[in-house]
Design a protein around this ligand. Sequence first.
Ligand SMILES: *[C@@H]1O[C@H](CO)[C@@H](O)[C@H](O)[C@H]1NC(C)=O
Ligand SMILES: *[C@@H]1O[C@H](CO)[C@@H](O)[C@H](O)[C@H]1NC(C)=O
Length: 345
Amino acid sequence: MKLYVILLLVCITYAQAWGRGDLEKYGPFQLALQSNLIKCNHDKTLDLDVSGINVYFYDFTKNEVKTFLINDAADGILAIPDLNILRRFIIFVPGYRSNINKSTEQRVRDTFRDFPNSYLIILDHSPYTNDKPSNIKGYERSVQYVYYIGKALADMLTGLKKGGITPKNMHCVGHSLGGQMLGYTGQIFFENTRDKLWRVTALDPAGPCFSKSLIEDQVRAGVAEYVEVYHCNAGGLGTTSVLADIDFFLNKKGQSQPNCGTPLIPGIFDSSKAAKCSHKTCVQVWTATVKHPDWFLAWRCDSYKMFKDGQCSGNEVTLAGFWNPGNATGVYYFSTEGYDLDLDE
Ligand SMILES: *[C@@H]1O[C@H](CO)[C@@H](O)[C@H](O)[C@H]1NC(C)=O
Ligand SMILES: *[C@@H]1O[C@H](CO)[C@@H](O)[C@H](O)[C@H]1NC(C)=O
């Protein structure tokens, strides 16, 4: 009993020393990933087979979904009768431990269901990124596949370009590991075609194994005409790197998000839950902007403290999210407090 009281006191003391947001970074999984326990392999000579990636192609105006294996997807899509190559192609690449039936994918489908003049494509790369049980080995294996999945998508988009679809209509959006995959996708697409994708949007691109890696192994400015990164759990599951044309930091330092709670007593389970919640908020915020173009003005600012203290309110402003006009660069901050993000999932 006495021991428990002491432990409790130690925990509370730590909680105060670290501050609320900081605790969220120290779940068991995150802790392991940030230590030297994890082996990060970005080897590009392994020639790993990713032909089992499924590509879901949604034409909501016809209420149609078609599924292809990735190596057949470009030809399959181009063979669709009445395909309107002038529409926008929105390509979503999910993160670690996802698949086509998860709530993130459902949210993305719901978001673009009524969006005019567009097709939605979602990749399901779960054969390579969804090991059960989920542990460090599973994450290491997924990281090893990031380059190969990114390349497979680049080759698919290259095929679409050859079929007459302009890269000016290609918008790639990735969450977490998917965000990092798009660094390779944009780079390889450029090497293949000498042309750039219109836009890459990386939603809290994965931190572990990437924050400290070589710049060419990270999503970054230059891999598309315009590259935007949204930070929601920086230093936890998301990257701390500032590398894009524009980097948005959401709410508290782009680290911890409102409604993701910090447990009063830092339970191991709860802190990793809080990190996952913050990590996912980037998807929720970005998808919410599709139907709410006027939400989320962001201010150029050098630090969260200055932003919070109102010292940046006279700086350049831009619209964050789907309607970002794409002419602002640098580090921007915004708050989502007071907006109804429809978080019921
Ligand atoms: C998704 O759900 C469908 C229908 O229940 C199922 O057939 C399919 O295998 C699931 N896919 C994955 C990747 O879990
Ligand atoms: C960026 O583009 C928007 C929309 O076209 C425009 O209103 C805004 O003035 C532009 N901002 C800058 C800094 O050029």
